[in-house]
Design a binder for this molecule. Sequence first.
Ligand SMILES: NC(=O)c1ccc[n+]([C@@H]2O[C@H](COP(=O)([O-])OP(=O)(O)OC[C@H]3O[C@@H](n4cnc5c(N)ncnc54)[C@H](O)[C@@H]3O)[C@@H](O)[C@H]2O)c1
Ligand SMILES: [Zn+2]
Ligand SMILES: [Zn+2]
Length: 337
Amino acid sequence: MKSIVCEQPYQFKMIEAEQPVPNSGEALIRVRRIGICGTDIHAYGGNQPFFSYPRILGHELSGHIESIPENASGLKVGDQVSIIPYMECGKCIACKSRKTNCCTSMKVLGVHIEGGMREWITVPYDHLVKTEGLTLDQSAMIEPLSIGAHAVRRAAIQEGEFALVIGAGPIGLGVMAFAKEQGAKVIAMDVNNERLAFASKWAKADYSLNVLDQPLEKLAELTNGEMPTVVFDATGNAKSMMEAFKYPAHGGRLIYVGLVKSEISFNDPDFHSKELTLMGSRNATREDFDYVVNTVKNGGVDLSLYISHRTHLDEMIQQFEGWLTPDAKVIKAIVEI
Ligand SMILES: NC(=O)c1ccc[n+]([C@@H]2O[C@H](COP(=O)([O-])OP(=O)(O)OC[C@H]3O[C@@H](n4cnc5c(N)ncnc54)[C@H](O)[C@@H]3O)[C@@H](O)[C@H]2O)c1
Ligand SMILES: [Zn+2]
Ligand SMILES: [Zn+2]
């Protein structure tokens, strides 16, 4: 089978590999779509800390079941599926409390173990989500959208409250779409006006603000001086994450969806006087995947514009570099096999 291996930073190689053989409890999947995300780009660029090469990248996957053991979930050969790429241990403190998304020894496909940039992959069949009624493209986007859905679920949004989402990249856009879905009045904030325009159009954000243009004053104006009761940061920018302490209302919540590998500090009065609730949001669970599948199925999220670039596995190596430049204006690139 064809497989693309990231041999070392800035070096992909197409190889002919053996088709994997499923172990007990595993299904064999014919991979049909691979979404490309920041994680893959960082791994390719050599700035994914603790990453070991060679590695087959790719964790935003959809395909068809080629073989599967007898199972109670009713999954069968030929079914179209999305893959939950987070392989949890099932035994640790987080897994025991059903927070498999933050397992202490998490292994993510395409990051810690071999991912899906290849024709076939084996995965535990309990990590498959049936996506009947969706397209293969939509099925591959369930994972990145579930990240946003999980963060929104953590926030427990109340109908009508103001939700500020900082960062209108593919992750922040998902947060916006699901916050809208939960009834929030969404304020999109970014440094990039094109991304803000896209957030208004695609995620139907109610308001948009450029962070360079007096955000505190503008937020106060939009919220009758009260400030947003929930704030998500999806920038991956430490400065933004620290500034974000200034934005929530008293009694509000701040959710870090974006992440950095550095220290974050904040002014205690910004935190304490407001009695802020600060939350991290990591990955997603099957509950989030199921919610996203249903929302997409019901037309709540339109993926036709979200997928901005596309190619075939045979052409991916040539196309990849081009997707990295800001001029390419990639929101989400997808690879067909
Ligand atoms: N929680 C999780 O499990 C999870 C999963 C995947 C990705 N992530 C993280 O989510 C973050 C966002 O991912 P993405 O793929 O959307 O990234 P991206 O880089 O495509 O988008 C980030 C957006 O933030 C904007 N931005 C950057 N600095 C800013 C600032 N100071 N103020 C306002 N806006 C700013 C950028 O213009 C861009 O539009 C990353 O940190 C990524 O690692 C988290
Ligand atoms: Zn991803
Ligand atoms: Zn675990």
